[in-house]
Write a protein that binds this ligand. Structure first.
Ligand SMILES: [Zn+2]
Length: 274
């Protein structure tokens, strides 16, 4: 599933090229998670602004409003320059924005992705979809002090508190597992009991893990590729994620897998403490 680094890599891949482009046509394929909310013809002639990211959403300003895009479980957005002969939309292409500078296309086999029009980022339906999102991990306000305070009183396991997204966005399954390993924290530890120094350490490594993933183009486990069809490489650097039964890279203890909130958690029972 595309997580924050993959979404950001995607955004960077087309944001500059698409900026100021004029819409020639908007085409839809099969229904996505939510309806577009506007007549596709109404976009023709409008100009695109600079795409931004909020959590795992991309906000693409169009005319006076914008499109809120989400890659869902299996989506990828590709940008093709106008010179490239674009094949007709395939079975899994459900959205295409054709402009005078190139075309943006969403391919999403499982169709959990979304493209929704909103008059502004702080107006419905965008505001509703973005409500309750926590702080951005690269925001200066995301510190150990913040994390410690935000976790206080929570009874859920630290892994689930990270995944919930209301404390900090972007710590999806892969990156939460990796950050907890690097911080030496057992994913089952009760989040409200995390000490201040361990909160500091966790905030620091989470940011490092996400920054590294961005640097190498994200993770490609099944089918993620960036806006130009290039795969990520972070999967080659994972310490625990997807390594059940294999020796820990630090202490050789077999990596364990447990299920928390219906998601697999991978950790080293020796390096990571409650
Ligand atoms: Zn270990």
């Amino acid at each position: 599933m595309p997580e924050l680094p993959e979404v950001e890599v995607t955004r960077r891949g087309f944001a500059d090229s698409a900026r100021d482009a004029r819409v020639l046509a908007l085409r839809l394929g099969k229904p996505l998670r939510w309806p577009l909310g506007r007549d596709p013809d109404a976009f023709v002639g409008e100009r695109l602004g600079l795409a931004e990211r909020r959590g795992k959403y991309i906000w693409l300003p169009v005319g006076a409003g914008g499109l809120l895009l989400h890659l869902g479980m299996s989506g990828s957005l590709t940008w093709s320059d106008p010179a490239e002969a674009l094949p007709a939309m395939g079975t899994h292409d459900h959205f295409e924005l054709q402009t005078d500078r190139g075309s943006l296309r969403l391919n999403d086999p499982r169709r959990f992705g979304a493209v929704v029009w909103a008059p502004a980022l702080d107006r419905p339906p965008a505001a509703n979809l973005l409500a309750g999102l926590g702080i951005e991990p690269f925001d200066a306000g995301f510190t150990g002090t913040y994390l410690h305070a935000a976790l206080r009183g929570r009874r859920v396991a630290i892994k689930q508190a990270l995944l919930a997204g209301d404390v900090v966005v972007g710590a999806g399954n892969i990156y939460a597992c990796e950050a907890l390993f690097l911080a030496g924290i057992d994913p089952r530890a009760r989040s409200g009991r995390l000490s201040r120094p361990r909160s500091e350490r966790l905030a620091l490594v989470l940011r490092q893990v996400l920054a590294r993933a961005l640097e190498v183009g994200g993770s490609t486990l099944r089918d993620f590729s960036d806006a130009h069809g290039v795969a990520g490489a972070f999967q080659n650097e994972m310490h625990v994620y997807g390594r059940e039964g294999q020796p820990c890279l630090r202490c050789a203890t077999p990596i364990r897998r447990v299920v928390q909130g219906q998601r697999s958690t991978f950790f080293c029972p020796s390096c990571q403490k409650r």
